[in-house]
Structure formats: C-alpha cells, structure tokens
Design a protein around this ligand. Structure first.
Ligand code: SAM
Length: 291
C-alpha cells in the first residue's frame, strides 16, 4: 500500500512577491498537486517562481466536494499544497474544511508560514497587540452583523477587521454608530507600493473618506473598550437598576449566606464590603426609626 500523502498549507505574498519564502517555493515545486483558490490568479505567482506543479481549483463554492476528492488523493499517497488568493490559507479563505477533513482521515497537516494581512496590520497598527480578536469581514446580512457588533461593543481586546474598498465607507459609519468613537488604525495596501498605515479614530476615518475614495485592500485595527471604564459602566447600570437592599435580597434568595452576598454586592456595585455593610445598617436603622 502506498504511503499516505500530506497536506501543506502554504502562505503566499499579500502583494509583494519578495515575501514568498524559500520553503514555500520548494514545497510547491515538490507537491504532486496545488489546490488553489484562484487558479488564474495563482498562475502569475507560480510562473514567477518557475513552479510547474499541476493546479486544481479549491474555492468557497466547491470546498466540501473538492475536499473529499483531495483527501482521497492524499490517502492514495499524493502530497497536496493548498494556497489561496493571497496570504495564509484558512484566514478568511477556504482551507478550514479541507484541514478538518484531512485530519479526520488521519492525514498529516503541515503549515508553511508566511504573509497574513491581519497579523501584519496588527503589529504595525500601534494598537495593543497583547490581546486581540480577529473578526474577518463583518457579515453583510444586517441581523447577523448587528449581533456581532453587539458582542464587539464590550470587547476589550484589540479588534482586527478586513474590509473591501467599496464597503469601507458604510462599514466605518456602522462601526461609529455601534462602538462609538475609538482609536482606529487604517492599514491599507500592506507590502505594496501604496502601503499606508494611518492612526486615526473611527470618526476621523469617516471624515477622511468623505473627501477621498477608498482604494485598495484594507485592514481596520480598532482599539478595544477600556476595561476599567467597562466595569464602571456595568456597576453604574446595576446601581441604577436596583437598590442595595434589593440587590442583597436577590443573592440571599439564591441561597447565598449574608457574608458572601455582601461580598458579591460590593463587587457588582463597585463598593467596598465596609461601605455595603454601613449602608445596610443605615437602612435598617432608618426602618427602626419609623416604627
Ligand atoms: N488569507 C488572507 C490573509 O492571510 O491575510 C486574507 C484573505 S481575505 C479573502 C482578503 C482580505 O484581506 C482583503 O479584503 C483585505 O481586507 C485583506 N488584505 C489582503 N491583502 C491585503 C493587503 N496587502 N493590505 C491590506 N489588506 C489586505
């Protein structure tokens, strides 16, 4: 029986051909088959690096059926290299389905690292890089988009989004309405001649594109919500929703003892336990005064 093949996920440049790695070239040359998202677009890249490996299309619209065919080939011993339009396969690109199916069939999956627009935008954005979330493109469908934006409102990590130029204006307006004004880095045409990294705010970007047309490929890197401010806002909402006595009662009714309830109330309302105790005592005394 032939030895099983492997699946390589090969990153390709996002604009600048010099970002192709030596390893990517070798693996694409040695593979039996290249599964490419856009075979016509990839021909330029392959010709440039004199890669003569046969290519087959693997894209959004054939990803399940084609993944099955590719898995069969790998089970027969062929090595498949998956590439996408640009950048890292699987990042807002087909690839995910193929990887899962390959793994389910015991095929080894090997990543070959290289360019990725999201990561490069993040590192050059000037926004915090320690904690971030990647949202790819905001959904075009309104209800789904609103649900995602609702989640993003309280996101404290840096938010990385992809956007196409023809939707940029609308997206910036939607972001401003949903998230409020925040620091934003616009990362445009990365690695290309017209590369631009502009630190601004969401409202600043809205104004900017009132006077100029969005052009090229964009990554938006948005500051997450300030953690302290978020906690403060939550505590204020709790204080406005119910009195301290009602709050205590709620915890006591849930089965908590008095000491733990006071601790939880203090945390929820942004108070110290001593303050909670004093206020409860004051309330009890007021009650007695009225008897
Ligand atoms: N797999 C790719 C990657 O690793 O970055 C992303 C593919 S996704 C279908 C295409 C989107 O990535 C574009 O609409 C744009 O938002 C972003 N993008 C790709 N190349 C870019 C570049 N050179 N500069 C800025 N954004 C880019």
């Amino acid at each position: 029986m032939a030895e099983q093949g492997v699946l390589y996920l090969v990153a390709t440049p996002i604009g600048n051909l010099e970002d192709m790695t030596f390893r990517a070239i070798r693996i694409l040359k040695e593979a039996d088959l290249i599964a490419a998202e856009d075979t016509r677009g990839s021909i330029r890249l392959l010709n440039h690096f004199e890669i003569r490996t046969p290519m087959t299309s693997y894209h959004e619209y054939n990803k399940v059926a084609k993944a099955r065919t590719l898995v069969e080939k790998m089970l027969e011993g062929q090595t498949v290299a998956c590439i996408t339009d640009a950048g890292t396969p699987g990042i807002s690109d087909p690839g995910e389905v193929l990887v899962r199916m390959a793994q389910e069939n015991g095929i080894r999956v090997i990543p070959v690292p290289g360019a990725c627009a999201a990561v490069n935008a993040l590192i050059a954005s000037g926004q915090p890089t320690g904690r971030f979330c990647f949202e790819a493109f905001l959904p075009a469908e309104k209800k789904e988009r609103e649900e995602i934006l609702e989640e993003l409102k309280e996101e404290t990590r840096t938010i990385v989004l992809y956007e196409a130029p023809h939707r940029l204006r609308k997206t910036l307006q939607i972001l401003l309405e949903a998230l409020g004004d925040r620091p934003l880095s616009i990362c445009r045409e990365l690695t290309k001649v017209h590369e631009e990294i502009r630190r601004t705010t969401i409202s600043g970007a809205v104004s900017l594109y009132e006077t100029q047309d969005p052009r090229g490929e964009y990554v938006l890197v948005i500051a997450g919500r300030d953690r302290k401010e978020l906690i403060g806002a939550r505590q204020e909402a709790v204080r406005a929703e119910m009195t301290l006595e009602q709050h205590m009662q709620q915890y006591l009714e849930s089965g908590m003892d008095r000491k733990d309830a006071m601790k939880a109330v203090a945390k929820d309302r942004g108070m110290t336990k001593r303050e909670v105790y004093a206020q409860l005592l004051e309330g009890e005394q007021d009650g007695q005064d009225h008897i």
